[in-house]
Design a protein around this ligand. Structure first.
Ligand SMILES: Cc1cc2nc3c(=O)[nH]c(=O)nc-3n(C[C@H](O)[C@H](O)[C@H](O)COP(=O)(O)OP(=O)(O)OC[C@H]3O[C@@H](n4cnc5c(N)ncnc54)[C@H](O)[C@@H]3O)c2cc1C
Length: 383
């Protein structure tokens, strides 16, 4: 059994993986250039959604169901609430709700509830929302939101309390001996030697594994927090699909940070180290238009807070969790494609059990799949 493990990246994936590995008895060194859940990474900012509706995909449904258990378990054990229950309203405007429809049977089999609600019922239940242009809607009963950066920092703290070592530095290269990685070289010139390596580098992975460059697109995702009247504070999480493959989502006000609102467009690319992160007027105007239509009291809401985040997109929206090409002792966790945060706990467990007892990693996450023909899509498009 490999004893010493280096994990590169203390985001949602690397942090949970380092924690599980350390708990399982490995001697883990976690390395991050900027720190756990930092603002430049994909795991920064305030919150993320955890929802079970996954269009009937068995891999993501199983990982998410397990993650629900682990978020709750470790919230208790860490004495820090990381998960907050909140129903989620899935709304479809002018398009077929196949994604929700396909989710229902598997969710119900797994003990989760997603029910279609007539628009008239929703109008009565949420009079502060405009449903005039919504054709179909579903309510997910067991969804929640998660603290983002704060959870990463909490997991990191627990990792250290279990004896895990941390180095704040940039890894600039993998050092090879034949088909094995023997060490990583840090920007300060030092080498960190280990038996096994986990690369959870998010948007920076291609700097260490150039083979993935062609398959990973890093996109700019702007998130806005609006000051809204109290009548909007208790709404469910809402997810809105529109014609033209547009998707918007929001999380109602929490801790007075404002009503979170984001546009799931992935065409604006971003260099995670060098590009500016300030407000893009075009995006803000688009969001205000959508908001004032859906929530009529929000004609020109004040921006309380703004964060530019990054998605690390694979071509088909599926994760890439596989061996680093040519390496017998290094694994990469990549392609989180804007939906990976929620599954951090279960993925950390998966990698640990993979190393300890060869638990298989779903074939759908293999890097090899791009050798064959594959469908370019986002995670919301059914296969
Ligand atoms: C706006 C937005 C909303 C989202 N909403 C959701 C949601 O509702 N639900 C959900 O499940 N997911 C959501 N996601 C996606 C989710 O947040 C990401 O999939 C997840 O956080 C990625 O985690 P990660 O650990 O893979 O990468 P990251 O968080 O980017 O972590 C990578 C880490 O590696 C470090 N690193 C990289 N290279 C090196 C190096 N060479 N040397 C040292 N350190 C290095 C970085 O500093 C960084 O800390 C959202 C993402 C965004 C941007």
């Amino acid at each position: 059994m490999a004893k010493k493990i280096v994990v590169i990246g203390a985001g949602a994936w690397g942090g949970w993986t380092a924690f599980h590995l350390q708990m399982a008895g490995y001697e883990v060194t976690l390395i991050d250039q900027y720190g756990a859940g930092n603002a430049l990474s994909g795991s920064g900012d305030l919150t993320r959604i955890i929802r079970m509706a996954y269009g009937g995909d068995k891999n993501y449904s199983a990982l998410t169901a397990r993650s629900f258990e682990l978020w709750r378990k470790y919230s208790k054990e860490f004495n820090t609430q990381m998960i907050y229950d909140r129903k989620a309203l899935w709304m479809f405007r002018g398009i077929n709700p196949a994604y929700a429809e396909e989710s229902v049977p598997l969710m119900s089999e797994m003990g989760f509830k997603l029910e279609e609600l007539p628009i008239d019922v929703l109008k009565d239940q949420y009079p502060q929302v405009n449903f005039e242009d919504i054709s179909r809607a579903y309510l997910e009963h067991d969804s929640a939101y998660l603290l983002a950066s704060v959870s990463c920092q909490q997991v990191f703290r627990q990792f250290q309390l279990c004896g895990g070592a941390f180095v704040q530095e940039k890894v600039i290269e993998l050092v090879w001996e034949g088909s094995e990685v023997s060490a990583v070289r840090l920007a300060n010139g030092e080498l960190v030697i280990a038996d096994y390596f986990v690369l959870a580098c998010g948007p920076w992975l291609k700097q260490l594994v150039p083979e993935v460059s062609e398959f990973i697109k890093v996109s700019r995702q702007e998130v806005y927090y609006f000051n809204v009247p109290e009548t909007y504070h208790d709404l469910p999480i809402w997810v809105e699909f529109r014609e033209g493959e547009e998707m918007f989502y929001g999380i109602p006000d929490h801790f007075r940070h404002g009503f979170k609102f984001a546009y799931d467009e992935r065409t604006w690319l971003l260099d995670p180290d060098n590009d500016h992160r300030h407000i893009t007027e075009e995006i803000l105007e688009k969001m205000k238009g959508i908001l004032s239509n859906r929530f009529p009291l929000l004609a020109d809401p004040m921006v309380l807070r703004h964060h530019t985040c990054v998605y690390e997109n694979s071509p088909d929206g599926d994760f890439i969790i596989d061996r680093v090409p040519e390496a017998s002792n290094a694994i990469m966790m990549a392609g989180s494609s804007g939906h990976g945060f929620k599954m951090g706990p279960a993925l950390g467990e998966l990698i640990t059990e993979h190393l300890m007892s060869s638990r298989p990693i779903p074939k759908a996450f293999s890097f090899d799949r791009f050798n064959n023909s594959f469908q370019v899509k986002t995670q919301y498009q059914l296969k």
